[in-house]
Design a binder for this molecule. Structure first.
Ligand SMILES: N[C@@H](CCC(=O)N[C@@H](CS)C(=O)NCC(=O)O)C(=O)O
Length: 314
């Protein structure tokens, strides 16, 4: 075990975790697999992240990388080939962003219609389903959820457009090589497939289904189980962090007390000292009794940075 290992904190049924697992498979990487709870409480998660509770996140020693947009860039830096960002597909990150937001929040209400829920949660006690719904209600409180009718209409249109994009025989959405966009669309359609009978909506789209099989064929790389106590011990025992710096002219100073909060849903602020800021990343340092001093990284896009006035009062 090395402190440089990629540790993915995730759970099996999480679409965004599937996006990262497939990217790890695409790059043929070895990784350590820590399973996190599906609902709160998640004491070992928040010890590492400082309050961010979304799934998944990646740990490398005492550096914690939140959000799959940033995790894609981390994996790219560690294993540049094959690339998730091919030079001839400059719009791939934008399509990925659309899939991770609009397509994702279409497939969730679509798949969670009664027939999909009965299939996915078959054999689960009704209390577990209730607990899941009670956990996710405040998590998504800021979102206007599509009705099943809306989501069905939208998904039909999206699936048809994606299928048409592949109709010229290209292997992936932007050509012969896969890009980050393929992984963002793949995890959404993977979730629909998990809905059993509701996956019928994809049946007419033969190009899209063949593409989905190609995406799944990347597999998950080489995972090896680890428990969360070991992951915490690795963070606590790490002697350094990835190099980072606060670039000038971006509105904040190194050493400032800040909070970083997702702007869409799951808006739990993470408080810490600003140690890294660029056009595409923000990094805070915080100390936890069990995880030690960790650097928590977020993508700049989709997160709000605010001076932490609570901290200033104390
Ligand atoms: N923008 C985030 C979205 C992550 C997300 O919404 N994950 C879902 C699971 S797939 C989640 O956090 N659900 C609540 C939870 O796991 O506690 C990313 O790209 O990582």
């Amino acid at each position: 075990m090395s402190t440089d290992d990629l540790i993915l904190h995730h759970y099996d049924g999480s679409p965004f975790s599937e996006k990262v697992r497939l990217m790890l498979g695409f790059k043929g990487l070895a990784w350590r697999s820590v399973k996190v709870p599906v609902i709160l409480p998640k004491p070992d998660v928040v010890a590492l992240t400082g309050g961010y509770r979304k799934t998944p996140f990646v740990q490398v020693g005492a550096d914690i990388y939140c959000d799959t947009a940033l995790i894609a860039r981390l994996l790219e830096a560690r294993a540049p080939a094959p690339s998730l960002f091919p030079a001839d597909a400059p719009l791939a990150p934008l399509l990925a962003q659309w899939a991770d937001s609009t397509l994702f929040w279409t497939v969730i209400p679509y798949t969670m219609q009664p027939a999909g829920v009965s299939h996915m949660f078959a054999g689960m006690p009704p209390e577990a389903l209730k607990a899941f719904a009670a956990d996710r209600a405040p998590f998504t409180a800021g979102l206007q959820r599509q009705t099943v009718a809306d989501a069905s209409a939208n998904l039909r249109a999206y699936a048809a457009a994606l299928d048409a994009q592949l109709a010229d025989g290209r292997a992936f959405l932007f050509g012969a090589a896969a890009s980050v966009a393929d992984f963002s669309v793949a995890h959404c359609l993977w979730y629909v497939q998990r809905g059993g009978p509701v996956a019928e909506i994809l049946a007419p789209h033969t190009h899209l289904r063949a593409w989905g099989a190609r995406m799944q064929a990347f597999g998950h790389g080489r995972p090896e189980r680890m428990d969360s106590a070991e992951a915490l011990a690795i963070a606590a025992g790490a002697s350094s962090h990835a190099p980072t710096q606060v670039l000038p002219g971006l509105g904040f100073e190194a050493g400032q007390a800040v909070t970083v909060t997702a702007t869409d849903y799951g808006r739990d602020p993470v408080a810490g000292t600003l140690v890294g800021l660029s056009g595409d990343e923000v990094v805070v340092r915080r100390t936890d009794p069990r995880a030690g001093t960790v650097h928590v990284h977020f993508p700049r896009a989709g997160f709000q940075i605010k001076q932490d006035t609570q901290e200033n009062k104390t």
